[in-house]
Write a new protein. Structure first.
Length: 302
């Protein structure tokens, strides 16, 4: 199967997960700490780790330095998701998603410096178009608070940088040290992050309170969401074995297009979870941003 199939599986599944995240944030975490959601991510990772160990026992036979760096990849990923959820708490899914396009740009630099992946002028132009799309969709025209949202930009740029570093570490070790050992210890980093959250009394109390008051709904929706997101993550990480870091991350940038499309469909069929503004000016603004991103992706993958 082509690496493109794996690379595109990530954006499609992540777009679905983004809208589920938005629903969870709006329904259960609107005025509370969204970090609690990452505890569920850590629990899913904890359940999967023994399965990987059973499938390939050699995953634990790695030196301490390698284990530490692989674990760091998981910690960076969870940190990126924390920034993302904080942004999603205050903004529409289609406004937050375009800022994921910052991750390929960070990856271009890291790929060039660390992996020796050269960038052509066409790819640089494509990267500029991707950033332009993110900037256009972040400018809130016709709202009570007009202008560029610096908090949103700061959170999502930090998210993009952390994701790029996490992907770089994963690629370096997965290529030289096999896929499953790297995946195992990356999940270990996610579990460690979740344990750190539960060590904080306030977060732990909120997690227990959430489970007691909404046990069935939270477990069902979160489990489905985590499995969908996990499928996207594994597909993206497998694509990293087959293609350059910058190209895989650029394909991941199409998440914006799928989020926008799913958001419009949800808003038409089921308004509350989608939460998208369907005013003509909003649609034109987001549509222009999506086109710029699409053209940018075509250029960087040329």
């Amino acid at each position: 199967m082509s690496w493109l199939a794996f690379a595109f599986a990530g954006p499609v599944l992540w777009a679905i997960s983004t809208h589920l995240d938005k629903y969870l944030v709006e329904r259960y975490f609107k005025d509370s700490n969204v970090a609690v959601m990452l505890v569920f991510t850590a629990l899913v990772s904890l359940l999967i780790m023994p399965l990987i160990w059973w499938f390939e026992p050699a995953v634990v036979e790695r030196d301490l330095a390698s284990v530490g760096l692989m674990t760091l990849s998981g910690l960076l990923y969870m940190g990126a998701m924390l920034f993302y959820l904080q942004a999603l708490q205050q903004h529409e899914a289609s406004v937050v998603a375009p800022f994921f396009q910052a991750s390929p740009l960070f990856s271009y630099v890291l790929g060039y410096v660390v992996l020796g992946e050269d960038l052509s002028s066409t790819q640089l132009l494509g990267g500029a178009l991707i950033v332009s799309g993110a900037v256009i969709v972040s400018v809130r025209i016709g709202r009570h608070h007009e202008g560029f949202d610096w908090r949103l930009a700061g959170l999502m740029l930090a998210c993009g940088c952390a994701l790029a570093l996490s992907s770089l570490i994963f690629k370096v070790f997965a290529v030289s040290d096999e896929f499953w050992p790297t995946t195992f210890w990356t999940f270990g980093g996610e579990v460690l992050f979740g344990a750190g959250l539960l060590a904080a009394p306030a977060c732990r109390r909120q997690f227990v309170a959430m489970l007691r008051s909404n046990t069935a709904a939270l477990l069902a929706i979160n489990a489905s969401n985590e499995l969908i997101n996990l499928g996207g993550v594994l597909a993206n990480r497998y694509a990293l074995l087959l293609a350059p870091l910058s190209l895989v991350q650029a394909i991941g940038a199409t998440t914006t297009l799928f989020v926008f499309g799913f958001g419009v469909a949800l808003s038409l069929c089921w308004p509350r979870p989608g939460g998208e503004d369907l005013a003509s000016r909003e649609l034109a603004q987001k549509g222009l941003a999506a086109v710029l991103v699409a053209v940018g992706v075509v250029l960087v993958t040329t």
